[in-house]
Design a protein around this ligand. Structure first.
Ligand code: SF4
Length: 78
């Protein structure tokens, strides 16, 4: 099973483009909003889907996800 399949089986949702896959598990989210503070164009809770990877370089998105305190957000570079 790939990492992506494993995380999806654990309840993560996946958002991806050519460079990165972002995973998010709603149950784990503590709503600490580190992600929204990091870049409110990528992470916008009023939008569906709330993650838009076209709004910033993959490297910046990864740096923001590194600050997520709960493990609700994860990523994998392609
Ligand atoms: S930083 Fe992590 S825990 Fe905080 S709102 Fe974003 S996804 Fe949820």
């Amino acid at each position: 099973m790939s990492n992506k399949e494993e995380l999806i089986s654990q309840g993560y949702k996946a958002y991806e483009n050519d460079e990165i896959i972002v995973f998010w598990k709603p149950d784990l989210c503590e709503h600490a909003t580190e992600c929204v503070r990091g870049n409110s164009k990528v992470f916008d809770v009023s939008r569906r889907p709330w993650v838009d990877l076209s709004q910033a370089p993959a490297s910046e998105i990864a740096e923001i996800i590194d600050k997520c305190p709960s493990g609700a957000l994860k990523y994998e570079f392609k």
